[in-house]
Design a binder for this molecule. Structure first.
Ligand SMILES: Cc1cc2nc3c(=O)[nH]c(=O)nc-3n(C[C@H](O)[C@H](O)[C@H](O)COP(=O)(O)OP(=O)(O)OC[C@H]3O[C@@H](n4cnc5c(N)ncnc54)[C@H](O)[C@@H]3O)c2cc1C
Length: 387
């Protein structure tokens, strides 16, 4: 029996995910290859997703957000990611920067900044530095207290969405450790530039710019939460954004699966449809089982975030599995489509490049495994009385 939903059932309320699937198919997919080719930030599309309420969908309604759950947000981002992972990462950097303010910011900062997200604010999350990627226990970007607030100096590298960002969340080191700051892009002393490392082969939504902060003066409440707690804030925020990143990888896997399936169902070889060869069917059967399983753990991670359960483990598991799976399915799609799979006019190269880049961006596979292992050790070595 054929399903109106195609191969992939909605795993959240259909009223939430169906509009995103339609928008992805009608508005995003037709321009997705062009965004990738041009490597530019899709300003217009991001304004349209804001108008749909998706840029601020999990923010509390008192700040103009949609008050939606992480599970619902995953339902939307999976659909948009299936059409364009580049659009997906635009929304992830917006989400990540607003989430950390929502979770840890002072009330005055939240009231000042969060409603702007609902109005379509473009934002970036600036953590990485030239010499520091996975290891962010200390940073070369420094923030010093002044009589009126803070002054920041340093340089951030590889900032996704940085070419179009109007607002930035910046991690910097103060006297007592890594801390997080909310910064308007037009604050005096901030410039961006592109190094030769700014262009990536995947997740292309504009150059990953370097961000220079030169004597940037900020008010007292630009500090997000407690000074010196930036690492803990980053870990919790990353658990949220990693779960949505898993959704983008699932979207890539689904898109590669769907478009390859359509092609092999039409193509003939040796007087048979390519899909009628058992060797080809098994590729799809295995990919279908693995996509279904990765979707389940990803939606579980989103529910764990909503319910405040052991989300560090499940969100890392979700991103680890979904990212690797997207690369595997995109590679399979190239294989079963033969020469067509390799052609630049076909979308499979884009899927493969985006999928591989997401095995590194937002938490590499190795760092995710470290997080999972740490949670296992914490859980397994806690005495029964402590559990
Ligand atoms: C497409 C893309 C977009 C990005 N966007 C942003 C952004 O918007 N903002 C931002 O701040 N950063 C961004 N980054 C940077 C990203 O966060 C870092 O690339 C990532 O944290 C890895 O750091 P690194 O590249 O310096 O690798 P390194 O830290 O140099 O690591 C090199 C290798 O060693 C592994 N490794 C490192 N430590 C360990 C360990 N303890 N155990 C086992 N293996 C380990 C890593 O997994 C990796 O395979 C982006 C990266 C990419 C690819």
């Amino acid at each position: 029996m054929s399903s109106p939903e195609g191969f992939w059932r909605y795993l959240v309320d259909e009223e939430v995910a169906r509009p995103a699937r339609q928008f992805a198919r009608d508005i995003v997919r037709p321009v997705a290859d062009e965004i990738d080719r041009q490597d530019t930030y899709p300003v217009d599309l991001v304004s349209q997703t804001a108008a749909q309420g998706w840029n601020a969908m999990t923010l509390p309604t008192r700040y103009g957000g949609g008050g939606a759950s992480m599970e619902e947000a995953l339902g939307v981002i999976e659909e948009l990611g299936a059409a364009s992972a580049s659009l997906g990462v635009c929304l992830i950097t917006i989400f990540q920067s607003s989430k950390i303010i929502e979770l840890f910011g002072s009330e005055s900062l939240k009231e000042r900044v969060l409603p702007r997200y609902a109005a379509g604010l473009r934002a970036s999350y600036a953590l990485t530095e030239g010499g520091r990627g996975s290891d962010i226990r200390s940073l070369d970007t420094k923030a010093l207290r002044t009589d009126t607030g803070w002054v920041i100096n340093g340089e951030k590298a590889f900032i996704t969405s940085g070419s179009a960002a109007e607002f930035l969340v910046v991690l910097a080191e103060t006297d007592i450790g890594v801390s997080t700051f909310a910064v308007d892009r037009d604050t005096p002393g901030i410039t961006t530039h592109e190094t030769e490392q700014a262009e990536t082969f995947g997740l292309r939504n504009g150059p990953h710019v370097n961000l220079v902060l030169n004597e940037v003066e900020l008010p007292e409440d630009a500090l997000i939460g407690v000074e010196g707690k930036g690492l803990r804030q980053a870990l919790i925020t990353l658990s949220n954004s990693r779960t949505l990143a898993a959704g983008i990888s699932l979207g890539i896997a689904r898109a590669a699966f769907d478009e390859a399936f359509e092609w092999v169902a039409d193509r003939t070889a040796f007087d048979e449809r390519v899909i009628d060869f058992q060797g080809i069917q098994w590729y799809f059967a295995e990919a279908s089982a693995e996509i279904d399983a990765a979707r389940l753990i990803s939606y579980q991670a989103a529910r764990d975030l909503d319910d405040d359960l052991d989300y560090q483990r499940t969100s890392s598991e979700a991103k680890l599995l979904a990212a690797a799976l997207a690369t595997k399915v995109a590679s399979m799609a190239v294989q079963v489509c033969g020469a067509h799979g390799t052609q630049v006019v076909a979308p499979f190269g884009r899927y493969l490049r985006d999928a591989k880049a997401y095995e590194i961006a937002g938490g590499s596979a190795e760092i995710l495994k470290n997080t999972i292992a740490k949670r296992l050790i914490d859980t397994g070595t806690t005495s029964p009385q402590q559990k």
